[in-house]
Every structure is written in structure tokens, then in C-alpha cells.
Ligand binder design. Structure first.
Ligand SMILES: Nc1ncnc2c1ncn2[C@@H]1O[C@H](COP(=O)(O)OP(=O)(O)OP(=O)(O)O)[C@@H](O)[C@H]1O
Ligand SMILES: [Mg+2]
Length: 165
């Protein structure tokens, strides 16, 4: 972990610090411990159903892997910026930004995923790659990108509304 700016106070009447911000250098071996740190943050600030917890972990893994491999193209000195915001009680925002050139405007995986619907998986013809964005879209409530395509924001609504620890 390159830097951790720590958790800070959230809005919406939530008194406890509810935003996690960090920055990691590009190294896929760091993804596991980065996700573990975010798990610890979540455990301290929110009560999550096991299923939601699992979904958030998968989303983080896929986004970090994409940021490091497609975004930063494995350049070890390039950084990935992470923000996890649970300031609003029943939703988690996950924002991952890399220092790459951004997803192409005609990126087929982005275009072909209708993020307002659950993708229809064709198990027989499932490809060995190109699944990450589809998996994320199955597990979250919305997925958006900035214009450049190097910053992805995922919204995950969680099951229990009374979830502040
Ligand atoms: N951060 C990013 N920067 C640039 N391009 C990206 C980024 N994230 C995704 N992409 C583009 O979107 C495509 C689809 O991503 P997706 O995660 O769905 O599949 P994949 O990473 O190619 O394979 P898999 O996730 O199944 O191992 C990628 O192949 C890449 O072209
Ligand atoms: Mg991927």
C-alpha cells in the first residue's frame, strides 16, 4: 500500500468516519492485501450481510485487476486510487481510478453490457476473458465511468438499512 489517507467523517448525519481513501502502486500481488484492508474498514463501519460482503470483494478484485492490467498496463510506478464511501447508510460507492489512457469509447465489453439489466450468461460459449465488467454489473446497482474511461464508479446498495456499527 503506497498511501492511505485514512477514513474521514461522512455526511448525511453519519457521525463516524465513513470514507476510505488509499493509493496503491501497480502490482497485482498487492490486490489481495488491499482488498483485505478495505474489508477491515467495512467491518468497522457497517454491518454487511455475508452475500453483500462477498459481492463487494469480487467487485473490488475485478476493478483493481482491470485498473492495473488494462489501465496502468502493469507499469509498476503507476498508481491506482481507491475510494470507498459508505457515508449514506444503505449504499456503498466504490471508485477506482488508474493512471492509464482510459477505456476506449468503442470498448465492446462496456457497450455490450446493458448495465440496467442482469446480463444473460451463455454458459456454453462463455469466454475466458471479458467477463469482469459483466460480473460487476450483476453484483452492483450501477456502474459508471468518467469520460476518459480511467475512473469507474460502482454503487452497491446493501440489504439492511440499519447498518451503522
Ligand atoms: N481501467 C481500464 N482501463 C482501460 N481499459 C479497461 C479498463 N477496465 C476495462 N477495460 C477494457 O474493458 C475490457 C473488458 O474488461 P473486463 O473486465 O470485462 O474483461 P477482461 O479484463 O478483458 O477479462 P476478465 O475480467 O474476464 O479477466 C478490457 O479488456 C479492456 O479493454
Ligand atoms: Mg477484467
Amino acid at each position: 500500500m503506497l498511501g492511505y489517507r485514512g477514513a474521514r467523517e461522512g455526511g448525511m448525519g453519519v457521525k463516524k468516519p465513513c470514507v476510505y481513501e488509499a493509493c496503491v502502486l501497480t502490482d497485482t500481488k498487492l490486490i489481495g492485501c488491499t482488498v483485505e484492508k478495505i474489508e477491515c474498514f467495512l467491518e468497522q463501519h457497517i454491518i454487511l450481510a455475508e452475500e453483500d460482503f462477498f459481492d463487494v470483494k469480487v467487485i473490488l478484485n475485478e476493478l483493481l485487476m482491470n485498473a492495473m492490467t488494462h489501465g496502468n498496463k502493469q507499469h509498476k510506478n503507476k498508481k491506482v486510487y481507491i475510494k470507498v464511501d459508505i457515508s449514506e447508510k444503505n449504499q456503498i460507492y466504490i471508485i477506482i481510478e488508474d493512471e492509464g489512457e482510459g477505456m476506449k469509447d468503442d470498448c465492446a465489453s462496456w457497450r455490450d453490457n446493458n448495465f440496467s439489466q442482469t446480463p444473460q450468461w451463455d454458459i456454453v460459449n462463455l469466454k475466458e476473458s471479458g467477463r469482469g465488467l459483466g460480473i460487476i454489473s450483476c453484483l452492483c446497482d450501477s456502474i459508471t465511468r468518467n469520460e476518459k474511461g480511467n475512473k469507474i464508479t460502482v454503487l452497491k446498495r446493501i440489504q439492511n438499512e440499519h447498518n451503522s456499527v
